[in-house]
Design a protein around this ligand. Sequence first.
Ligand SMILES: NC(=O)c1ccc[n+]([C@@H]2O[C@H](COP(=O)([O-])OP(=O)(O)OC[C@H]3O[C@@H](n4cnc5c(N)ncnc54)[C@H](O)[C@@H]3O)[C@@H](O)[C@H]2O)c1
Length: 370
Amino acid sequence: MKIEKGAKWVKFGLMENFMRDVFKGLGVPPRDAAVCADVLITADKLGIDSHGVSRLKPIYYDRIKQGIQLAKTRFEIVKQTPTTAVIDGHNGMGHVIAGRAMALAIRKAQKCALGMTAVRNSTHYGIAGYYALMAAKAGMIGITGTNARPSVAPTFGTENMLGTNALTFGMPTDEKFPFLLDCATSITQRGKIEVYAKLGLKLPKGWAINNRGEARTDSRAVLDELVAGSAALVPLGGIGEEMSGYKGYGYSTVVEILSAALQQGAYMKMLLGIKDGKKVPYPLGHFFLAINIRAFTSLPAFKKTAGNILRGLRASKKMPGAKHIYTAGEKERLAWLYRRNRGVPLNRETRKEILAMRDELGLKKYRFPF
Ligand SMILES: NC(=O)c1ccc[n+]([C@@H]2O[C@H](COP(=O)([O-])OP(=O)(O)OC[C@H]3O[C@@H](n4cnc5c(N)ncnc54)[C@H](O)[C@@H]3O)[C@@H](O)[C@H]2O)c1
């Protein structure tokens, strides 16, 4: 992710405490506020700047204040078996709902080898990787996906129909960090476009299209056009069939189905967040799978094979000019090593948002180095 020249670095502890107090100030119970802050600060620690503190105001603070997301979470298990559960999140805090849903899947997998939970009426859960990592830390394979506001056009289409629909896998390895493939099923996702807009940068061609299928590169305008329905994001693989955009489109559709059909929740245009010109909740759906590795083989054996595969990939022949072949999860580890003594880089717009929230909530004890 690009970092603004002149960004101000703020220590993680300070930023996490601030975010926790902001959530509390909005009425989120203390224990839940700690979970929400932890998910956001984890994104910043791992270098996923599109989903950390930069999202605090637009995605959570504003939505709670607008009444389209509830600060107090009612986590209701509406149906369950020893290996599965359907959960209704009643438009509470997505991080809290998702954390509890993955914890439940893990508990079921501890007993029965597999656990899967499907959630409806949740809200934005932040980085999918947080929940996949919960399973990896418990010695399991974690898989999660979520639907999202409609943004992505199907192959040969121009209308924003599907969400950016993260599909994420976490697996333990014998290395210092787990395998973590944590990304959208579109070429990019809205959070990255928001960061480009905050930095005043143009989007690369091929990320977004207008209603005529032409490339759109004005980051600020694309955000508005996505809401208006006059632009759409492009699925992984790209526009049309030549670079197999239908594969990303297909994976996105898989996530859309798994995030709505099992739990009988909302999907596609039902997630617009606008009805009769008024803002309404985005009743998102998610799914979580925990696979207990010990039911298949010993955990050290799995970790070793996984590690060998990743090391083999990194040691393979490189392209001319390439310095390193990465495996998924490695850049996040490197970001953490680089940032751990520095903190979160804040661009000018995010700094302004932080000061505005601090002043509105009267959190006077917070003094920032900007
Ligand atoms: N909650 C939601 O609605 C939602 C929707 C979409 C995305 N997201 C989140 O947004 C975040 C970013 O998503 P994104 O699509 O922008 O991700 P991205 O395009 O930045 O890709 C990140 C993934 O690719 C891996 N990676 C990056 N470079 C690599 C390389 N050269 N070789 C091998 N692996 C490499 C990383 O380790 C990571 O797993 C994720 O945390 C995701 O969960 C959330």
